[in-house]
Each structure stands twice: as structure tokens, then as C-alpha cells.
Design a protein around this ligand. Structure first.
Ligand code: HEM
Length: 225
């Protein structure tokens, strides 16, 4: 298998193939869950849900969605661990960055504190994805397997938690897509590489670290020759 260079002309490697496949699995299963969930919930679309196909598809997508953390763990343990830890670890620059979030939201990065592999906004997004997904999965499993034994109050609670968590995740997705396009990050999830100047705007500390590492490795190679 060809080894992909972390840095190449004007581009930097953001995601290798395995995390990209896991992300595609997460994104596609979530979108199917959202669409089929809307069909099941919304009276105007109820006709589409008749015959049971939508409910079946919702459950198939739920199984794929629940498998995501396990697939990530087995396919790329280091990446999965890094994502878990980074998403919940905030340093002083992260808090300073969050205070200036609105500047970043409008595309201004000149006075933002330098950020690492994930900027503080991404850390919050990814942490919320994990917490809300856990809430969606727990309430969904309760509704799937224990609905008859819950009683009307329990059933209502499970449905409210499930629907509100899904709504919150859908709103987060709007922000996620907005920043993906404003900071030209999409190629990181399609080809793996992003433009190095764009990456510098969002992750200056990380880009500097990767450049220093590449220079050190090149010097080591030269010394060996
Ligand atoms: C459907 C369209 C989507 C697009 C175009 C998209 C795009 C992206 C991109 C470009 C990144 C990499 C950002 C970076 O440079 O760090 C990313 C990361 C991520 N996205 Fe999405 N995303 C989508 C859907 C979703 C959904 C639905 C979720 C959650 C339910 C999600 C959760 C995440 C997470 C957790 C990461 C971090 C992945 C990791 O570090 O392994 N994305 N996304």
C-alpha cells in the first residue's frame, strides 16, 4: 500500500482513508435516520411510511449508526482515541478562541489564537455529536425493545428525548456544513488532503507541528546518507 506523505506541494494530509470511510458511514447513516425519522413523525408525510419500509430502513440505518464507534475502534484505534481525548480537552488558547467565535464564524481568523489539529469549535461539535448520539441510541433502543412495558409517561419521555436529541444534532449539522464550506475543508474528507494555507487559518499550531516534524525527518534521512 502506498504511504501518503503528510505534506506535499501546497497541501497537507488531514485524514487517512480509514477515518474517511468511518465518517462516510456516520454521515450517511445519520442522514437516512433523519429523513426516515421525519417521514415517521410528520403527519403530512405519513403516507410514505405506510407499508413498513420506512420503519425498516430507519432500523437498518440505526444499526449502521450504532456500529460506527466500533468500526472506528477496530479500523483506526489511534485516530478514535485521539478524537475522544481531543474533543474533551480544552487549553487556554481554546477558551480564548471560543470567546472570539463570532469572528471565526464570519471568516475572520487574523486575531484568533492559534489552534491545534482540532480547533475549539470542532472540539465542541465532536463532543456534542458523541453525547447526543449516545442519547439518541439509548432512547431509540428503549423505544425499539421496551415500548410496550414503558407506560404512557415513559413512552412520551423516550420519544421527547429521542426527537430533541435528533433535532439538536440536525442543527449542529447545519453549522458543520457551513464551516466545512467556508474554510474549504471538504477535500479533507474526500481526498484526504486540504490546501495548506486554508489549514493554517484554522489549525496554525498543527500545521507548524507537521512542518517541524517533516523537516526533522528529512534532516535525519540526510544524516543517514
Ligand atoms: C453530510 C455531510 C457532511 C459533510 C460534508 C461533512 C464534512 C466533514 C469534514 C470536511 C470534516 C473534517 C473537518 C476537519 O478538517 O477536521 C468532518 C469531520 C467530522 N464530522 Fe462531518 N460532515 C458531514 C456530516 C456529518 C454528520 C452527519 C456528523 C455527525 C452525525 C458528522 C460528524 C463529524 C465528526 C465527528 C468529524 C470528526 C471526524 C474525525 O476526526 O474522525 N459529520 N466532517
Amino acid at each position: 500500500m502506498a504511504v501518503r506523505e503528510p505534506l506535499r506541494e501546497r497541501e497537507i494530509l488531514r485524514y487517512r482513508k480509514r477515518p474517511r470511510v468511518v465518517h462516510a458511514m456516520l454521515a450517511s447513516s445519520f442522514l437516512v435516520l433523519l429523513l426516515t425519522g421525519l417521514v415517521i413523525l410528520w403527519p403530512a408525510l405519513a403516507g410514505l411510511a405506510s407499508g413498513g419500509f420506512t420503519r425498516w430502513l430507519h432500523r437498518v440505518a440505526a444499526v449502521v449508526f450504532m456500529a460506527v464507534p466500533f468500526v472506528y475502534w477496530f479500523a483506526d484505534r489511534e485516530g478514535a482515541k485521539e478524537l475522544m481525548i481531543d474533543s474533551f480537552k480544552y487549553d487556554r488558547d481554546d477558551w480564548r478562541w471560543l470567546k472570539r467565535f463570532w469572528s471565526y464564524a464570519f471568516g475572520h481568523t487574523a486575531n484568533m489564537p492559534k489552534q491545534g489539529r482540532l480547533n475549539a469549535g470542532q472540539k465542541m461539535h465532536h463532543a456534542l455529536v458523541m453525547l447526543l448520539s449516545a442519547s439518541i441510541v439509548a432512547s431509540g433502543l428503549v423505544m425499539w425493545f421496551f415500548m410496550p412495558s414503558l407506560g404512557p409517561t415513559g413512552q412520551a419521555w423516550a420519544a421527547v428525548i429521542h426527537d430533541l436529541s435528533m433535532l439538536a444534532l440536525a442543527l449542529l449539522l447545519v453549522g458543520h456544513l457551513y464551516f466545512t464550506f467556508v474554510y474549504k475543508a471538504l477535500s479533507g474528507m474526500t481526498r484526504g488532503y486540504v490546501d495548506i494555507d486554508e489549514a493554517r487559518l484554522e489549525h496554525a499550531k498543527w500545521v507548524e507541528e507537521m512542518e517541524a516534524r517533516t523537516t526533522a525527518e528529512a534532516e535525519e534521512e540526510t544524516e543517514k546518507v
